[in-house]
Structure formats: structure tokens, C-alpha cells
Design a protein around this ligand. Sequence first.
Ligand SMILES: *Cc1c(COP(=O)(O)O)cnc(C)c1O
Length: 370
Amino acid sequence: MVSARPAVQELPAYRPGRNPADLAREIGVARAVKLASNEVAFPPLPAVVEALAAAAAEANRYPDNGAVVLTSALAQRYGVDPAQVVTGCGAVMLCQQLAQSFNDPGTSIAFAWRSFEMYPLLARVAGARAVQVPLAPGRPGGPADTHDLEALAAAVDDTTRVVFVCNPNNPTGTAVRRAELERFLDTVPADTLVVLDEAYREFVTDADVPDGIELMRGRPNVAVLRTFSKAWGLAGLRVGYLVAEDPAVADAVRKTHVPFSVSSLAQAAAVAALASEDEVRRRCAAVTAERDRLTSALRERGLDVSDSQANFVWLAVGEEAAGLAAALEQRAVITRPFAGEGIRVTVGTPEEDDAFLAALDEVRSVTIAR
Ligand SMILES: *Cc1c(COP(=O)(O)O)cnc(C)c1O
């Protein structure tokens, strides 16, 4: 009998997310709302759909493995050299490539916890140690929902090849600010790569939360991850990118690229999305306004909601998380529970968020009545 590597055997089995159509059928309602995966609710932009149709007509050809057009559009957008930019099959794949490119077995990857759930998994696959540094309260007396950068810096040792700083942090939504992040970057040794995972950057409204690509300049051990999956509305197409200050970092990541893994459709769509940036900005403004409305509505209900700079909110309900998510699901609203910690709720359309709030009120009135 064949057997997988022990590290792989120990990985949790993949569990697909709840599909709203199946849920609606199961509980006998017309439609269910999915607020579980941090996508934007808007359909792809018209220019994107057009570009996809044109690219579809050439799908018999392999994609451009160097993604030259997309890479140079990104380089131009950020005022960097194309040699500093690497595209990947989603930012998730770039995370995995970073581990493959920088982590030998026995080295480590450091990150806050709780943070993006991929980090510990990709460390294990690479045979690296995952050094997880607990989050700290962002507000006095509040839940542990924010990066503790001093503790993270202290956890870096001479085995640490990569540090992920997810800013804003998934799933808590909180962001670290310029002064503390600069202090952190000044502390991390030059031979440890700091990856600022900015999957939600476009939703940041606090001017004190730095743009990682600005912060990166002059710091050769810093790179920034971004994605077209969230604000740019292309989650189904799988395209993300890394911008590194040192082209050698980008080169190393390029070497572990799975050939042709960024499809020609993904490349064409991303280029078209970048050309429609004004519309994307308007959409993000609508999302952040709705985030603030949802946050206020939850706080008016006496709930502890973390300060979100992303397109989701975090309710640190602790032991109630799994039960609350299950009860919401019975009322046709899918959220993302983290058992024992909290639930993450994606900002949807105002109608979707109202459906969530109504379901939540119903669940809480049942709980209180009991
Ligand atoms: C969604 C997300 C990503 C990347 O998503 P892709 O769809 O793979 O581009 C990366 N990091 C974080 C923290 C995310 O939440």
C-alpha cells in the first residue's frame, strides 16, 4: 500500500464550504445568503466579461507563462520594475511558493495566530516549523484580535526564513499601523523575509495603516502579497501577485511557479480589471460604507465587534461560535465559524446584511428566552 508523507497525512481533510443553493433547498427557503468567503457581491465588471470572452476564443493556446502584459501593468501601477513583480495562481499559491522557495526542512515560518488558515498548512507541507504568536487585544478589555508585533519580532530566530504579517488580519479584520510596523521591520534580521499579506488592502480606510508597497521601499527583505480575488472581484479566476523590493526575492518565487498555472483568462481579466480601477474604487467605497453600517448595527445590539479595515467583521463570541453559525445557517445565512473563537461575516449587499442581522436577532431572542 502506498502512503503519503506523514506531514501530509496529518493535514486536515479538505472540507468544501456550504453552498447557498444546497442549503436553501435543504431548509426549504427560496434563497440563502453566503457571507463566508470574503468575496465582493458585485458581478465582474463589463470590461472584464468582454476580456474573458475574447480570451476564451484563444483557449486552445497555452497562457503566457511570464504574464508579461499583466506584470508590466502591475509594475506601472506601483512604480516598480517588472522584475520585482511575480504573478501566481491566487495569492494562496504565492504563499506556498514562498515556503517552497525559502524554507528548507527544519527552518521556520512565523506568523500571528489566529490569522490566515493557510499559513500553518503550507509550513507543514514545506517541512518547516510554524511559529504561531498569539494575537493581543486591540482595545483595552477587548478580545485578542490584533497583531502583537513586539512578540512576533521576539519569536523570530535564526531558523526563521519567512514571517507573514496579514494586514488587515484575516479573520479578525484589524490592521496594524505605520509606526509599529516600521519598528517591527527595523527589528527583523536582514536574512528573514517579511511578507506583508495585503489581500484586503483596497478596503483600508484608516490613513494610518500603511501601504505595504510604500513601506517596502529601501527594505530588501520585505515583499507584499495582493490578490484580484477580493476587491477586484475575480475570486473564481485565481490570480494574485507578489511585489518584492529585491528582484532576487521575486526571482526565487518565480522558480517555484507551477508552469502555466495563471490561466490566459485570469491574466486577461486582471488586466481589464486594472484598467477599470475607478469603478473598482467606487465599489470598495460602497463596501467600506456598508462595513461601517454593519459594525454599528452589531454594536448597537451590544455585541463586541473588532475594528475592521477589511470587507468582513469579526464577532469574538468564543465558545458560542459553532452554535451561532449553525443557528444562522438554519435561518439561511452562511457565515464562517472558528470554533471556540468567533465568527467571521463577510460584508454583503445591504439586503444580505439585513438578512444576517434579522437572523441574528432571531437566534439571540431564542437564546435569551431559553
Ligand atoms: C483571500 C486571501 C488570500 C488570497 O486569496 P487568493 O484567492 O488565493 O488570491 C491571501 N491572503 C489572505 C489573508 C486572504 O484572506
